[in-house]
Design a protein around this ligand. Structure first.
Ligand SMILES: Nc1ncnc2c1ncn2[C@@H]1O[C@H](COP(=O)(O)OP(=O)(O)OP(=O)(O)O)[C@@H](O)[C@H]1O
Length: 296
């Protein structure tokens, strides 16, 4: 379990990235959603003990972040910009990381690397140079390095950014498999990444946790606020662009999906069932209206 207590992060130039974050994270896959600049990476880097909080603390399985060595032995981390050495092979790279993690027995190291390469479906590429890997293969290698030493907690920062749809699905499935019996904390701003397999979701916005709950609860944030209707093309420009979630051209005009507390003016619209993404957008929009955040 991860217990985050009154975590603040203020960067040198006065940028407040985390503003009193409190959260309890249980076992399984947990999604951390939030728009650009919400503080997701800052939170993950703090939990991975790469940077220190300005104040507050978190306990990972009862161990304080102040005990950085103990925490590092417990967690695996895949950063947003995962740096690899393109001239090494996948197996050489993992061996290098394993040595860095203090795995001194070469035979045990080799066995672990073979096992992990198999788990992430890279055995065939093990002895090929990383520069020949696709983006998805590099991410899978990233997960393999994060899993060296079988950590109880896996922290992955926007792991599917830049992947094609097929790799994205494959990568999500891989993470789901690893989340059995572990905590996998995954940050993203892509709702589909967390749609099917996260048992808990937290939404960060401007450094604050503005939602914590399950998928159904996030979806319910859009209840009664999602509308669909046909708009004549000439009138489209008059709609509030911030409220339009999607548009589709039909023979009658543009079919618009809109998020709004009240039925949209200037069109005939019917209330429709919110998707998870609608719920997320409705939540951010409500905060926007409270004046809490700037527009995208
Ligand atoms: N090293 C830094 N120095 C100063 N400000 C920073 C630094 N790193 C992040 N920030 C600021 O802190 C805030 C939170 O950034 P962070 O990268 O944690 O957000 P994020 O939710 O991960 O964003 P994204 O989805 O764009 O990656 C932003 O306003 C960002 O500009």
């Amino acid at each position: 379990m991860i217990e985050i207590n009154h975590l603040y992060k203020m960067y040198r130039k006065g940028q407040l990235a985390l503003d009193d974050v409190n959260m309890t994270i249980g076992e399984g896959m947990v999604g951390l959603l939030g728009p650009n600049g919400a503080g997701k990476t800052s939170l993950m880097r703090i939990l991975a003990t790469l940077i220190r909080p300005s104040s507050g603390d978190a306990l990972i399985n009862g161990v304080s972040l102040k005990k950085a060595e103990d925490i590092r032995a417990m967690i695996g981390y895949l950063p947003q910009q995962f740096q690899v050495y393109p001239q090494l092979t996948g197996a050489e790279f993992l061996d290098y990381v394993a040595v860095m993690k203090g795995m001194s027995d070469p035979r045990k190291r080799k066995a672990e690397i073979v096992r992990l390469l198999e788990e992430v479906n890279l055995s065939e590429k093990a002895y090929k140079r990383i520069r020949t890997y696709s983006g998805g293969m590099r991410r899978r290698l990233g997960i393999a390095q994060a899993l060296l030493g079988s950590p109880q907690v896996l922290i992955v920062d926007e792991p599917t950014a830049g992947l094609d749809p097929e790799e994205r699905v494959r990568f999500r499935n891989l993470l789901t498999r690893f989340s059995l019996g572990r905590i996998v904390l995954l940050s993203t701003h892509i709702v589909a990444d967390i749609e099917s397999n996260c048992r808990q979701i937290a939404v960060l916005d401007q450094g604050r946790v503005c939602f914590s709950g399950d998928l159904a609860e996030l979806q319910a944030s859009g209840q009664g606020k999602v509308w669909e209707g046909i708009v004549e093309e000439g009138l489209f420009a008059e709609l509030n662009p911030m409220s339009i979630v999607s548009t589709r051209r039909t023979d009658e005009g543009l079919l618009c999906r809109i998020i709004s507390d009240a039925p949209p003016i200037g069109m005939e619209a019917a209330a429709v069932r919110p998707t998870l993404e609608d719920g997320y957008l409705a939540l951010l929009r409500a905060r926007q209206e409270e004046g809490a955040i700037r527009l995208w």
